[in-house]
Write a protein that binds this ligand. Structure first.
Ligand code: SF4
Length: 318
């Protein structure tokens, strides 16, 4: 991508789109079906801590059809039926192991869950959400083997490149751990994704924008960005009530401006999957009212790129 003209000619867009990547890879529309396989997380079960990351409430981002008391096969059946109702043309799917830490179990259990998903009709691959400190070389060897026949991507919760911020939100790992995990995963030939949160307490707008260079230096395939959402019952929501001065709760306009500035400095090679999250309104304890559907927010992001005549990677320095 060298500029909006070249990029638009190739893809019709001013950013490197995850959807276009999928269309190219699969030659058809592919949807993700979320799965809650009943994992926990070392930051919750006492191994690293018991309180979890201060913003975490998994109910805020897992669809209602996912529940660990039914099998992976049953969840896929329900999830695919849900997608058929929503997107009539959906026929091909990826099983998205989304809830909690989806590599946090004995390798034999993981293999059997992933294999169960991959043997379901219409499932073309798996997406595995996990923490950077919960991946082993033997697990990566297995995933590398799977990725010869299926699409496999490991999505790491990186959240911030700043260790002070990671400590403050009680992540239980540092940024070096993310660098190690992403590098080892990519070296084994497996696609890697990163999840980032913009608006964490203490992290300034300038620091977030600067972090685009650090993220771009990682061998990532794709990124997902979320705005910080204050979710009911979390320590983060309580922190906001007690210390609102620690937070920059961006307005929608400010948030889009921040995402655009970040993307201008981001490597044009990275696919952008999302730029916002959408926790169910009933779970939010957040004074802002703009947490609307993420595709609407993505549309606004595209319009802002257009109106500013800018694009992903415009200010990227390799
Ligand atoms: S690592 Fe994930 S599941 Fe575990 S506490 Fe943090 S956000 Fe929640």
């Amino acid at each position: 991508m060298t500029g909006p003209e070249t990029h638009k000619r190739e893809t019709g867009r001013r950013y490197n789109s995850y959807t276009d990547w999928f269309n190219k890879l699969f030659g058809k529309r592919v949807q993700k079906v979320s799965i809650n396989a009943g994992f926990t997380c070392p930051n919750r079960d006492g191994t690293l801590g018991s309180g979890g990351c201060t913003y975490c409430n998994n109910e805020a981002f897992i669809p209602a059809y996912c529940t660990p008391d039914i099998s992976v096969t049953e969840q896929l059946k329900k999830g695919i039926a849900f997608h058929h109702r929503r997107y009539r043309r959906a026929e091909n799917f990826l099983a998205y192991f989304q809830a909690y830490t989806n590599t946090y179990a004995a390798i034999e259990r993981l293999k059997s869950l992933y294999d169960e998903a991959l043997s379901y009709p219409g499932i073309l691959g798996i997406v595995i959400g996990t923490r950077p400190d919960c991946i082993s070389s033997s697990m990566l060897d297995y995933l590398a083997e799977l990725s010869r026949d299926y699409f496999v991507i490991v999505e790491y919760g990186i959240e911030s490149t700043n260790d002070d911020i990671l400590r403050h939100i009680n992540r239980g790992h540092d940024f070096a751990s993310a660098v190690r995990a992403v590098t080892e995963t990519a070296e084994k030939g497996i696609y890697t994704g990163a999840h980032l949160i913009f608006g964490l307490p203490g992290e300034t707008r300038a620091q977030i924008i600067e972090s685009a260079a650090t993220i771009s230096a990682l061998p990532l395939s794709s990124i997902k960005i979320h705005q910080l959402q204050l979710v009911r019952g979390t320590l983060m929501a309580e922190e906001y009530r007690n210390y609102p001065e620690r937070f920059d709760l961006y307005s929608l306009e400010e948030y889009l401006d921040l995402v655009v500035a970040f993307c201008e400095r981001l490597s044009p090679a990275l696919m952008i999957e999302r730029i916002s999250g959408e926790a169910p309104p009933g779970l939010l304890d957040d004074p802002r009212d703009w947490h609307k559907r993420s595709n609407e927010i993505f549309g606004l992001f595209e319009r802002m790129l257009e109106s500013r005549d800018t694009w992903q990677g415009r200010l990227y320095n390799k």
